[in-house]
Design a protein around this ligand. Structure first.
Ligand code: NAP
Length: 248
């Protein structure tokens, strides 16, 4: 049976652009009140909120660097103040600092682990009490094909994204009886700033290896999130790969 999302409340970390913005809009379109979190890009987050409101949805933008636990806690508390509850936590905020391991400094190692992995501890631990109060709480972690298959020059990012997969399964086990589901989505190469920042020749090479012969769209990831929220009561601890067949 489809879970009605009307009146549910979601936090989408890194909702100000790319995949996070698409997730925010897709959830809002389906009746979810959305907190669009951003780190530095207040204007883009406010633009996403405007777009959601223009379509009759409800959203607020809240700034917080989720790699810091106090800021993540404030984000969750401000969500509760704004909308009175929290049902869906989408841990989407992420960055890359690609370097081959030989050249990878400690700062780039730590920063990527902090933003992509430690942030998920920060937000999820702050949100847990509220998720347990929800009927059918959802935690959705945006991992990556790189966490599954590895990536050249991406030891830091791959470690963080693979860490999310282990976190997802363990928390799913712990929460299964409560009705809160915990899943990961592993996007392949999606047409966002993160991927468009690659040199064009490298991007073309990547596309030539994707069985579907194209990059994915942010909306295709957003619909995966919607599916897990709406139809995922019996799906927990899973990795949903949305990658055009690039990793099977
Ligand atoms: P993007 O366009 O670069 O957007 C990243 C988002 O994360 C922005 O909203 C950014 O906010 C936010 N963010 C970064 N650091 C943050 C922090 N410390 N605290 C809070 N928010 C922070 O990236 P994207 O391509 O949409 O990627 C979204 C997620 O999907 C990431 O986790 C990424 O690793 C994953 N992913 C992407 C791809 C892909 O092909 N694009 C593939 C696999 C996985 P500000 O702009 O305000 O700083």
């Amino acid at each position: 049976m489809l879970t009605s999302l009307k009146g549910k409340v979601a936090v989408v970390t890194g909702g100000s652009k790319g995949i996070g913005a698409a997730i925010s809009k897709e959830l809002a379109k389906n009746g979810v009140k959305v907190v669009v979190n951003y780190n530095s890009n207040k204007e883009s987050a406010e633009e996403i909120v405007k777009q959601i409101e223009a379509e009759g949805g409800a959203a607020v933008a809240i700034g917080a660097d989720v790699s810091y636990s106090e800021q993540a806690k404030r984000l969750i508390e401000e969500t509760k103040e704004a909308f009175g509850q929290l049902d869906i936590l989408v841990n989407n905020a992420g960055i890359t600092r690609d370097r081959t391991f030989k050249k990878l400094g400690e700062e780039d190692w730590r920063k990527v682990i902090d933003v992509n992995l430690n942030s998920v501890y920060n937000t999820t631990s702050a949100a847990l009490t509220y998720l347990l109060e929800s009927e059918g709480g959802r935690v959705i972690n945006i991992s990556s094909i790189i966490g599954q298959a590895g990536g050249f020059g991406q030891t830091n990012y791959a470690a963080a994204k693979a860490g999310l997969l282990g976190f997802t399964k363990s928390l799913a086990l712990e929460l299964a009886r409560t009705g809160v589901t915990v899943n990961s989505i592993c996007p392949g190469f999606i047409e966002t700033e993160m991927v468009m920042a690659m040199p064009e020749n490298v991007r073309e090479q990547v596309i030539s290896k994707i069985p579907a012969r194209r990059l994915g769209h942010s909306e295709e990831i957003a619909r995966g999130v919607l599916y897990l929220c709406q139809d995922g009561a019996y799906i927990t601890g899973q990795e949903l790969s949305i990658n055009g067949g690039l990793y099977m």
